[in-house]
Write a protein that binds this ligand. Sequence first.
Ligand code: BG6
Length: 797
Amino acid sequence: MKHPSFWKMLTVAACMALLGCLQAQELQGHVSIILLGATGDLARKYLWQGLFQLYLDEAGKGHSFSFHGAALTDPAQGERLMAKALETLSCPQDLAPGRCAELKDQFLRLSQYRQLKTEADYSALSRDIEAQVQREGLREDGRIFYFSVPPFAYADIARSINSSCRPGPGAWLRVVLEKPFGRDHRSAQQLATELGGFFQEKEMYRVDHYLGKQAVAQILPFRDQNRQALDRLWNRHHVERVEIVMKETVDAEGRTSFYEEYGVIRDVLQNHLTEMLTLVAMELPHNVSSAEAVLQHKLRVFRALRELQRGSAVVGQYQAYSAQVRGELQRPESFQSLTPTFAGVLIHIDSLRWEGVPFILMSGKALDERVGYVRVLFKNQACCVQSEPRWGAGQSQCLPRQVVFYVGHGALGSPAVLVSRSLFRPSLPSSSWQELPAQPGLHLFGRPLSDYYAYSPVRERDAYATLIAHIFHGRKDAFITTENLLASWLFWTPLLDSLAHEAPRLYPGGAENGHLLDFEFSGSQVTFSQRQPEQLVPGPGSAPMPSDFQVLRATYRENPLISAWPDELISKLASDIETTAVRAVRRFGEFHLALSGGSSPVALFQQLAQGHYSFPWAHTHLWLVDERCVPLSDPESNFQGLQAHLLQHIRVPHYNIHPMPVQLRRRLCAEEDQGARLYAEEIAALVTNSSFDLVLLGMGTDGHTASLFPESPAGLEGEQLVVMTRSPSRPHHRMSLSLPLINRAKRVAVLVMGRLKREITLLVSRVGREPRKWPISGVLPSSGQLVWYMDYEAFLG
Ligand code: BG6
């Protein structure tokens, strides 16, 4: 009989063997990486090198790998091209040359070319992987498919992978997708739905390679590690503005077939620059490496972005671009492209943290330097008494204060994080970031390098290598989820639509651009600082220029008419309203202004919001002339237009704002709710004699005004002050001031703009008082004054 200790030893030995087996199994996980588009540009420049780096980092840790370079090309040619792409692989400097050669040799032996064209090719690949795993006694960990192919090829490849090349149970599938992910919200949604039919969200890794850049990847960890210093500073009270910039010297030559479809906003603003913006602006999650928390916080930033208007951006195009497109895409000699190659965009975030802080996004091709950065410039509230030489090296509170995430290139030539010495000494992980050595004479953002605590990575690493490592480890926080993607397109699409037919400003390229592309912003508008230098209409004295006209005074329907080019007209109307307001407040202590909705007054609201600092808003009551029966938060609501373009920019006491009660008891314009009666009572209670100081009206192409429509008697006469009406266009149900109430006003201004109004303007000039046919003709204040404001297009055609 064996001694008990013998059994004990046997058990231990068995356990050890089992553990050894388990460990060995653990060590033998096999990963297949399939690079689709293996002979293309991106693969040649970055992806093979990134995969080699992955091999260098991971091979020694027990994983086994196979790399399959795939393309449509036949095997002989494909192998040749792939071998060429692999020739240039390099090792990190600290790896001994002998070891480098050895590892490179191993990598090349593991990398094979395969033609992948048909579904059968994908099945064969799957069988080969399974056979290899079995033959070598391995366990399959997973498969990575890297799509470095044009998006039109996505669906077919995705279908083939899903049906014929998924790994077996227990192994994962990761597909890596490269932009473009659509060209607007609709197409992105379509593509996402299509891909969603083949892959689960967790299987998809959408690359934005800027998220792999070291300085960008450092934004959240930096904010996290310096919470204590930044908590106080990272907000609208301290931040003057944020600049997110990516300047390039290269142009789009050789890539116009892609670029002509996309342009700079789709190519880099919608993705790289927007991602950087969200990293700077998001509320900081408790755990900055939780992909889910980061995503949720990003989505909140998207929800708070203020909608962009046409005036939120300036766009340019380098002069040689159209000729390049003509040459590369065989377009006729007369072809002029409207695709922007430069854009400057002003973004506002309507959150408590960022309200009022301009975020400026700028990027362009053919500029004077290659550089990228996110620069957070702080307000300077200090006042230094000593003269500047006594301020002390870089420490003074009076010097500009900034935090810069320097993506690379430019004067510094490497990624960096810079923090003004007058702000605080930042903490960065010392294993990966080190202080930059002094570089006398080097100035960055207006200050010598010595003014900053400046750090650069201990080892520079290519963005793709970083992202490939994340994919391998299943780290999803540096990739773009479907929700993130669609939120970004939702934000950018309206601007893209509004710019679709705009001619960008032409610029010569490089240093010759001079100040041509400089831009400035005020309120929510961005404009080029220099006027357009080219003549709009060639030849001396041909068509008149806007500046040739002064404001024209005449009469229309026997009342004063003011006519001008749109900008001047709006300025004139805005200043007339201000004068009326100031007088009313002086005499009666308050000013009652009733405003119309729609598109014509938008420019007026913006003008009032931006340029009229002496306007007595605190004593102004704002009323609505008419309203659609939609919730006040609906973009179609007149009140919403007023809110977006005026109210949110001015300080009017809340109790002075009087939206029409179209939504009561959670229903819209229900007769029983008597909204019109309630509004009439409010007017009667607050406005002396129900006589507004000023009513602003428009005129529709059918002669309607307010929401009083032709051939519909409601509101044209009688006692009622406020009426329910029906519009021929959607939404049909409206609430409107009645004609008798409008005619009680002390002053009525009718604003008419645009060529489309030309016909009705002519017609109404000839007709008498026939409000049933043309309600506008019934506007005639009984004791007040009527003034017409028309731009030249409406008045002169
Ligand atoms: C790409 C754009 O996403 O980024 C290119 O399509 C651009 O147009 C490039 O040149 C810039 O990337 P990087 O890494 O060179 O700054």
